[in-house]
Design a protein around this ligand. Structure first.
Ligand SMILES: Nc1nc2c(ncn2[C@@H]2O[C@H](COP(=O)(O)OP(=O)(O)OP(=O)(O)O)[C@@H](O)[C@H]2O)c(=O)[nH]1
Ligand SMILES: [Mg+2]
Length: 254
């Protein structure tokens, strides 16, 4: 089984990307399933119908009421409580036994960047003999172009996630259809080589003194050295490239 776990900040496009990737797999007549791992998403807001849904076991709005928590606390608690249902979810995956499994996740990145629950869920849920996992990490272009320091923090967050999961990671720049070609190209260059922030400063909405930012960019490089793929989940641009990279990644990590 080949597992693609879609991660990214809130609103970066994970859910729509999950839909676009699953439509691609459908078109290719491949044996796939979609797992919704977001306990907070309402069914009416999901553009796809999940084959397996975490909300069958846990719903963030019920956790909010039961434990008197706010939305963020409830999502974090939901993911902690999810460990109690790992066995049930595993059983559902085993019943379907898809060749490809696409996993949509919540945008509360604290779960994946800082809390134990994110890696623990991934580690326990997909530990099948011969299962191969990869992360698809979505960079939200509008966070990236806001200011040089926001681009830096986006890159650092991606790097934190990379170090927390010992899994291969594919970097995707989402919503490519909403950017003009010039901005898109400059942004891709800067993500691949953050020292270029000084060259393409004009892309940012907010100008800043670059010296403190450039003093750390040369230390970034683990995942960022890999090519970021521009993707539009609306036009389908880049979906083929992501799937090719996934196939390549799964084959070398096996
Ligand atoms: N134009 C365009 N809009 C997109 C694209 N991907 C996502 N969006 C829009 O961006 C918004 C957020 O997309 P979602 O897929 O819900 O993002 P998410 O990462 O799942 O959000 P959370 O689950 O809340 O963290 C929605 O309004 C989408 O329609 C894209 O490729 N192109
Ligand atoms: Mg979502």
């Amino acid at each position: 089984m080949y597992v693609a776990i879609v991660l990214g900040t809130a609103g970066s496009g994970k859910t729509l990307f999950t839909k676009a990737l699953s439509e691609y797999l459908e078109d290719k007549n491949l044996d796939y399933a979609v797992l919704n791992l977001d306990p907070g998403v309402l069914a009416e807001n999901l553009p796809y119908s999940p084959d397996i849904d975490v909300r069958e076991f846990i719903k963030a709005e019920e956790i909010m009421r039961e434990y008197n928590l706010g939305p963020n606390g409830a999502l974090i608690a939901s993911m902690d409580l999810l460990m109690n249902f790992i066995h049930d979810l595993r059983q559902k995956i085993q019943e379907l036994k898809p060749e490809y499994l696409v996993v949509d996740t919540p945008g509360q990145m604290e779960i994946f960047a800082y809390r134990p629950s994110g890696p623990a869920i991934v580690e326990n849920l997909f530990r099948f003999p011969a299962a191969r996992c990869a992360i698809i990490y979505l960079f939200d272009p509008f966070l990236c172009i806001y200011s040089p320091s926001s681009l830096l923090s986006v890159l650092l967050l991606a790097e934190s996630v990379y170090w927390r999961f010992e899994l291969p990671m594919i970097s995707v720049l989402s919503k490519s259809d909403l950017l003009d070609q010039d901005t898109l190209e400059k942004l891709i260059t800067m993500i691949n080589d953050p020292e270029k922030i000084a060259v393409f400063e004009d892309v940012f909405q907010i100008k800043q003194d670059l010296s403190p930012i450039l003093s750390v960019t040369d230390k970034l490089g683990t995942i960022i050295a890999k090519e970021v793929v521009p993707v539009s989940s609306i036009t389908g641009e880049g979906i083929f490239d992501v799937f090719s990279l996934l196939l390549n990644t799964w084959s070398v990590t096996g």
